[in-house]
Design a protein around this ligand. Structure first.
Ligand SMILES: Nc1nc2c(c(=O)[nH]1)N[C@H]1C(S)=C(S)[C@@H](COP(=O)(O)OP(=O)(O)OC[C@H]3O[C@@H](n4cnc5c(=O)[nH]c(N)nc54)[C@H](O)[C@@H]3O)O[C@H]1N2
Ligand SMILES: Nc1nc2c(c(=O)[nH]1)N[C@H]1C(S)=C(S)[C@@H](COP(=O)(O)OP(=O)(O)OC[C@H]3O[C@@H](n4cnc5c(=O)[nH]c(N)nc54)[C@H](O)[C@@H]3O)O[C@H]1N2
Ligand code: SF4
Ligand SMILES: [Mo]
Length: 741
């Protein structure tokens, strides 16, 4: 007898609702949930492969502990004891500050990843914190922090209502959207055009997304900031700036006008490789559209001028009056964001409160750039990293110069490595202890991070579909690690960790006169939380304190966890609403259009524009049936078009005599790679996907090892960073290329 169960897909940012088929205690199928309030039945090949991923025989079923040099299966009690011994010894000898942490991408997709890493890092008191953010969206955090006073004040394009969409450096038809949570992004693009709207895609490659657009501009990689500055220039020059209702809330207009002065379309045309007339048309159309939204992603972020480009996306949205209005770029309101407390100035946003030990890179959001992780491990001295905790990450493949990190992790430097990960991969193979979380079917789901990026406000919760069968949940694994770093006995109840958070949060809220629970008794509120796992109690608390919450009974119609459980297809919270004044937290209480750090960095861009462009540059590429480094092991997704090939323009190939295999050389190394010749990429540009290179011994993904591909990040030595955010330059990397002999 088969049954069905609902579960939000955790494999990308689109957060589609799935209907799983369960047979004999395992998931055997998945289809889109047509009644899901947000995704309405949409599904992609990864979601459809849920069963394969959930049941992958290479997933670790039990923890591994290194014994006599060999990773060996152990019981959970043995593994937790080994974790406590190993971490405890390093903390006693060198202090918690000598423990480094690396947090990978799936932390944005798990309940445990949202709730526990901050506690563990605080408990360690370490500044050696690294994550996938400095390989990804950190430039956006910095630009948002400087402009709005909050590094998480993300805007998203209001896809359901916009008349004019500009997509710059994103390929949502393949990635399914990022930092904009929108199931069926492609369908929404088609709808824009059906209702008479227009779409422009700016990308050096003619992607599937570009093929859906009215117009495709193909700039040279790394030049978006200059292109957007030229758009700003035209807006000022032709008197097209129209802030509308924003006018009274925006400071720094004159400084931006002055900064844009040198960036005329003619001055940037050669550097960007885009005709001046195309840039002028773009600016005029943006200004003329009834509503418009510019949406930038990886191609504007992991580049030499990532923070400048991320900033200019919002500058253009503001100058055309499209920030915070329907059809423009709007601020979503997550159900777990604290209830709004009105317009009040904040402390603002600062980076560089401390610096990395070896090369002096500034801290950003309490993190250091992942490209400096290896040197922080290798370089002796005070503060050297002696132990690592990695959670849901694979930096050996995802970060620049993986070979160096690989050696650093395997060598004499490390006393102890602990990984929380379901797979033995290129990074976790160095662990002393691996604690594997249960598969998604046995884990809860709630989108703490991604709800704040949704193009329509909504709240959905999936409890675990299948029982844990004696394994600890990922929440319990992380709670137990928190107990270790807090120096508590291993016999202590892991639930204490959640109860401590609940007690502290409620004490703060009840003491805050602007809180919806001001003045109430902590005990009374605690007693209202449901019995059950600590993560559910914390989620219920956050929902009740949140923007739509029941304020612990004060607003009886408001959200509680029970209400979400009663609505398994989710609760729709309506289209995005203007809320700029709620999110603004700059000291001035204004939008800072011209933060000094960005105006200063524009000088670096001016120099680049003046410098003649030569040689090949490399960009990245994603495949629909792939996900960073960890989905190359599923038969349903492997093979076909999902290949680790070098894409190259036919004229470039002919000039160089490249036919089927090429050698690519970069500052970090060289690769021999099969070539795919296509006119879907600009001349002078090469593309390679990341997350490949599964040929290292001691990993445990057999299918992936059979089709290993090469690690693109080996071309990169890690020295190229966007200086304001510490983000690795992964697009627009200078390389040379020639035929393989
Ligand atoms: N050249 C180049 N490099 C890039 C990029 C690029 O575009 N070009 N993109 C960058 C980007 S945007 C990102 S986000 C990074 C990603 O970089 P990482 O986050 O370091 O790498 P992933 O490959 O996403 O690895 C995710 C790991 O999480 C594990 N995992 C999966 N599910 C769970 C779970 O439920 N719990 C736990 N604990 N673990 C889980 C997987 O087994 C896998 O080992 O790569 C970056 N690297
Ligand atoms: N199927 C699949 N989906 C994924 C992932 C995956 O690996 N596979 N990874 C997930 C993750 S971690 C993330 S962060 C998101 C990323 O989501 P997206 O940003 O939408 O994904 P990318 O495919 O990296 O798109 C970046 C685009 O920028 C272009 N580009 C490169 N350099 C430049 C440049 O200098 N300027 C401009 N204008 N464009 C440039 C590239 O050609 C590419 O088309 O995808 C997520 N979804
Ligand atoms: S688009 Fe993303 S969330 Fe939706 S089914 Fe595919 S992988 Fe899952
Ligand atoms: Mo990412």
């Amino acid at each position: 007898m088969t049954e069905t169960a609902l579960r939000i897909c955790p494999f990308c940012e689109a957060t589609c609702g799935l209907t799983l088929t369960i047979d004999a205690g395992r998931v055997v199928g998945a289809r889109g949930d047509r009644d899901d309030v947000f995704s309405a039945g949409f599904i992609c090949p990864k979601g459809a492969s849920f069963a394969e991923l959930d049941n992958d025989p290479d997933r670790l079923q039990a923890p591994l502990v290194r014994r006599d040099g060999v990773l060996t299966e152990a019981t959970w009690e043995e593994a937790f004891a080994a974790a406590a011994d190993g971490l405890g010894a390093v903390i006693r000898e060198h202090g918690g500050a000598a423990v480094g942490a690396y947090l990978g991408n799936p932390n944005a997709h798990t309940v445990a990843g949202a709730l526990y890493p901050p506690l563990i890092i605080r408990g360690l008191g370490t500044r050696q914190v690294f994550s996938a953010s400095t390989l990804d969206q950190m430039p956006k955090h910095v630009s948002l922090g400087l402009m709005f006073g909050s590094p998480v004040a993300f805007t998203v394009p209001d896809l359901d209502r916009t008349d004019y969409l500009v997509i710059i450096g994103a390929n949502p038809l393949v990635s399914n959207g990022s930092v904009t949570t929108a199931p069926d992004f492609g369908g929404k693009m088609r709808d824009i055009r059906k209702r008479g709207g227009r779409i422009v895609v700016i990308d050096p490659a003619r992607t599937r997304t570009a093929e859906l657009a009215d117009r495709h501009l193909a700039p040279r990689p790394g030049t978006d900031a200059a292109l957007l500055f030229a758009v700003v220039h035209v807006l000022f020059d032709e008197n097209l700036v129209a802030l509308g209702d924003l006018a009274e809330h925006v400071a720094g207009l004159d400084e931006v006008r002055a900064a844009a002065r040198g960036f005329t379309p003619a001055a940037v045309a050669d550097y960007c490789g885009v005709d001046a007339a195309e840039i002028e048309t773009l600016a005029r159309e943006l200004a003329a559209a009834p509503s418009a939204a510019v949406y930038g992603r990886i191609g504007t972020s992991t580049v030499e001028f990532g923070t400048l480009g991320s900033w200019l996306v919002d500058v253009v949205n503001i100058l055309t009056g499209n920030l915070d209005r329907p059809g423009g770029a709007m601020f979503p309101c997550s159900p777990t964001a604290p209830a709004p407390r009105g317009h009040r100035p904040g402390k603002g946003f600062r980076t560089g409160r401390w610096h990395s030990r070896v090369s002096g890179r500034p801290e950003v959001l309490s993190e250091l750039p992942t490209p400096v992780l290896a040197e922080e491990i290798e370089t002796p001295g005070d503060g050297q990293i002696r132990a690592m905790i990695t959670v849901a990450g694979n930096p050996v493949l995802s970060a620049p110069d993986g070979d160096r990190l690989d050696k650093a992790l395997s060598g004499r430097f490390m006393d102890f490595i602990l990984c929380v990960d379901p797979y033995l991969n290129e990074t976790t193979r160095h662990a002393d202890v691996i604690l594997p979380p249960p598969p998604p079917s046995r884990s809860p789901h709630f989108d703490f991070a991604l709800n704040g990026l949704a193009i329509r406000n909504n709240a959905r919760y999936s409890p675990p579909v299948l029982p844990l069968d004696g394994r600890p949940s990922e929440a319990e694994i992380m709670s137990r690690l928190a107990l270790v770093v807090f120096g508590m006995s291993q016999d202590a109840d892991p639930a204490l960790v959640d109860e401590q958070v609940i007690a502290t949060t409620l004490a703060k809220e009840t003491a805050d006169p602007s809180s919806p629970v001001a003045g109430r008794a902590v005990d009374e509120l605690t007693a209202m939380l449901p019995a059950g796992p600590g993560y559910e109690r914390r989620l219920d608390m956050m929902l009740r304190l949140g923007a739509y919450g029941d304020a612990f009974g004060a607003r009886p119609d408001g959200l509680t966890l029970q209400r979400l459980k009663d609505a398994p297809h989710g609760v729709d919270l309506g289209p995005l609403q203007p809320r700029l004044l709620e999110v603004l937290r700059t000291p001035s209480g204004q939008v800072e259009l011209a933060p000094p750090a960005l105006i200063e960095d524009a000088a670096r861009l001016r120099e680049a524009v003046a410098r003649p462009a030569e040689g090949f540059v490399l960009i990245g590429r994603r495949h629909l049936r792939s996900n960073n480094s960890w989905m190359h092991n599923l038969p349903a997704l492997a093979g076909g078009t999902n290949q680790c090939t070098l894409r190259m323009h036919p004229d470039d190939a002919a000039d160089l005599g490249v036919t089927d295999t090429a050698v690519v050389k970069g500052a970090g190394g060289e690769l021999v790679v099969p070539v795919e010749i296509t006119d879907g990429i600009r001349r002078g540009v090469l593309s390679l996907p990341h997350g490949w290179g599964h040929d290292r011994p001691g990993t445990g993904q057999q299918l992936a090892a059979g089709q290993p591909g090469v690690n693109v990040n080996q071309l990169n030595d890690g020295s190229l960073l966007d200086p304001l955010s510490g983000t690795a330059v992964l697009n627009g990397v200078p390389v040379t290329v020639g035929p393989a002999s």
